[in-house]
Design a protein around this ligand. Sequence first.
Ligand code: NAP
Length: 256
Amino acid sequence: MRLQDRVAIVTGGGQGIGEGICLELAREGAKVAVVDVVLENAEKVARAIVDAGGEAIGLKADVSNKAEAEKMVADTVARFGRLDILVNNAGINRDALFEKMTEEEWDAVINVNLKGPFLCAQAALPEMRKNKYGRVINFSSKGGAAGNVGQVNYSASKMGVIGMTRSLAKEFGRYAAKDGADFTCNAIMPGFFETPMSAKIPDKIKEGFITQIPLGRTAQPTEMGKVIAFLASPDASYITGTAVGVDGGFFMGVQC
Ligand code: NAP
């Protein structure tokens, strides 16, 4: 129970990797605000946590909307009294070859994947500073960093997340020096997880990917949950500004 009495927000928590993270943080004792654009999915995950004896609420918010990001934080604090952990997991893709990609496809992906974490972290920070404890964990992508045909928008957003994470980690370091706070910011670079997002990949391409993964398999969302629980806990107090690959070795040569 490394997260006893901690309060966490997980965006995109209604399914996929986010769901796995919510369940694992709750198992470690955190009170969890499960946030998603689809309220029914958020509430379903929150209910599963409560049924298992934990504490959770489901909230609807679009992370790319400043007012909704602020309300998400306000509602969480109103329910649980504090906020310690923000997992910026929500993400989308809108793939198209570069020559055909529309401005709308570019904007949609940048707004959710890059501006979303910015808005949510900005809304969350004042509450975390009150506790002198903060964990901001941003979702990047190993495949995004490697570059992909049809994903200039997705790759740009996910590499942007790395830059934002490093700058935030440096700013957060100042709070430690100034008032002894335990504040970190890290990025996560998943490889291939079994989720509704990756289910869109055709079987033949998926089989080709698996042959390139040293561990010889894809990953399940709960495996990500365990990594996030560690990073969110006091045990990870000296890890900041890092991009943690969780990819079974799939992209071990990719620099970022
Ligand atoms: P997923 O199955 O599509 O789940 C993402 C969740 O985020 C969905 O519930 C989605 O809602 C929600 N969401 C979308 N836009 C949102 C918004 N504006 N505000 C709030 N919630 C929003 O995706 P996943 O595979 O679990 O991926 C989670 C994260 O890991 C993403 O950032 C993704 O880029 C990254 N990632 C995943 C993989 C992988 O192998 N799966 C690999 C590399 C990186 P709806 O879909 O219902 O609208």
